[in-house]
Write a protein that binds this ligand. Structure first.
Ligand SMILES: *Cc1c(COP(=O)(O)O)cnc(C)c1O
Length: 389
């Protein structure tokens, strides 16, 4: 049976070149980067090199990159680190209704501790309105956090414009760029952002590795306390292999950026065009113009996304409903709810995300299988409807 993975926004396989770069740091070059003898210095050199590779991908200086255990830690660090650092200034945070749970749940935690959080709406294309942001700002606002690319519908926000509003009000601006990294151009200087969350395993690097970009001069409290690693800002012995792998993945993402984007977007467009032409009552959610190159989020009316997922799985195809994090729960997606998709249609939604190893044959196999699966499920559901279920 054919095996087709179309869930690259959930995670990606580690590329061979990345793994090759990592391997020696498990065995011969296992030193602790804080140790003062050669083995430690070798490891420290590897961390320095990775820091440069990650910095280069987003136009940052190496000293502005702080390695973490992934996107989730970076998001948590920003929320709690800024809330603590600026507690004298205010207790108001502005974010959006469509953030990743790493951001939303951190904000909800703060709400239990006396913080006010404004969750901005999105329009029918999935975009945040700069006017709405401007209106939400108060003299107590200490942080504005708006994700660069949404993980469910792939919408790319106008970050430069939104960050300029924050800057005009002298408020720190953070963006969760985990889905953006390697998929849309990121230049932290040009965007005018203060803090950026990054993750390795969404760009063909290892899991449990990520970074926070902290613009020079921006102050936030530490989140992990202990040793003096990462410029005394993030304690804990460095995840050496994870950092080396992230660095290599970042370098590859930078070198192959145009190729990657062209490959993913052409296959994604092919998938969307075929689905819309060949499967009735199917709709794409979110802007097609401002979109992650590999994302297709599609609603199939009258059937359950979970049923589609399970039948596709039987045919060797991996896709998801909603985000990986919420797919274990039966809660309707908060992103599609914010987009105004009716609940019954949310339940008929599937996310397909394409990546570097996807081929045209893969996409055609998925669409062909999908046609059979959707019509089979609709037959069952119409039989059920006739029976009055
Ligand atoms: C995957 C993801 C995260 C979490 O990153 P991890 O490295 O898995 O902790 C955060 N934000 C977005 C938008 C994501 O897609």
């Amino acid at each position: 049976m054919r095996n087709v993975y179309l869930d690259y926004s959930a995670t990606t396989p580690v590329k061979e070149e990345v793994l090759k770069e990592m391997l020696p740091y498990f065995t011969e070059q296992f030193g602790n980067p804080s140790s003062l003898y050669d083995k430690g210095l070798e490891a420290k050199e590897a961390v320095i090199c990775a820091r440069e590779q990650v910095a280069q991908l987003i136009g940052a200086k190496p000293q502005e990159i702080f390695f973490t255990a992934g996107g989730t830690e970076s998001d948590n660090w920003v929320v709690f680190g800024i809330a603590d650092k600026l507690k004298e200034k205010g207790n108001h945070i502005i974010t959006t209704k469509v953030e990743h749970h790493a951001m939303l749940h951190s904000c909800q935690f703060l709400e239990k501790h006396g913080y006010d959080v404004t969750y901005l709406d999105i329009d029918k294309d999935g975009l945040v309105s700069p006017d709405a942001l401007e209106k939400a700002i108060t003299d107590k606002t200490v942080l504005i956090s708006i994700m660069m690319v949404n993980n469910e519908i792939g919408t790319v926000q106008p970050i430069k414009e939104l960050a300029a509003i924050a800057k005009a009000h002298k408020i720190l601006f953070h963006t969760d760029a985990v889905q953006a990294l390697g998929n849309v151009p990121i230049d932290v200087k040009d965007l005018g952002v203060d803090l950026v969350s990054l993750s390795s395993h969404k760009i063909y690097g290892p899991k449990g590795s990520g970074a926070l970009y902290i613009r020079k001069g921006v102050q936030l409290s530490n989140y992990l306390h202990g040793g003096a690693q990462e410029g005394r800002k993030r304690a804990g012995t460095e995840n050496l292999t994870g950092i080396v792998g992230f660095g290599k993945a970042a370098e590859l993402a930078r070198i192959h950026f145009d190729e990657h984007v062209a490959h993913c977007s052409s296959l994604r467009n092919h998938l969307v065009e075929r689905v819309l032409a060949e499967i009735p009552h199917a709709y794409v959610n979110g802007s097609m113009e401002h979109r992650h190159p590999g994302n297709a989020n599609i609603t199939f009316e009258y059937i359950e996304g979970e049923a589609i997922l399970l039948l596709l799985n039987q045919a060797g195809i991996s896709v998801s409903t909603g985000s990986a994090c919420s797919s274990a729960s039966l809660e309707p997606s908060h992103v599609l709810s914010a987009l105004g998709v009716p609940v019954e249609m949310i339940h008929g939604t599937v996310r397909f995300t394409i990546g570097d190893f996807t081929t045209l044959e893969d996409v055609d196999y998925v669409v062909d299988t999908l046609k059979t699966v959707v019509s089979r499920l609709r037959e069952i559901s119409s039989v059920n409807m006739e029976k009055g279920w």
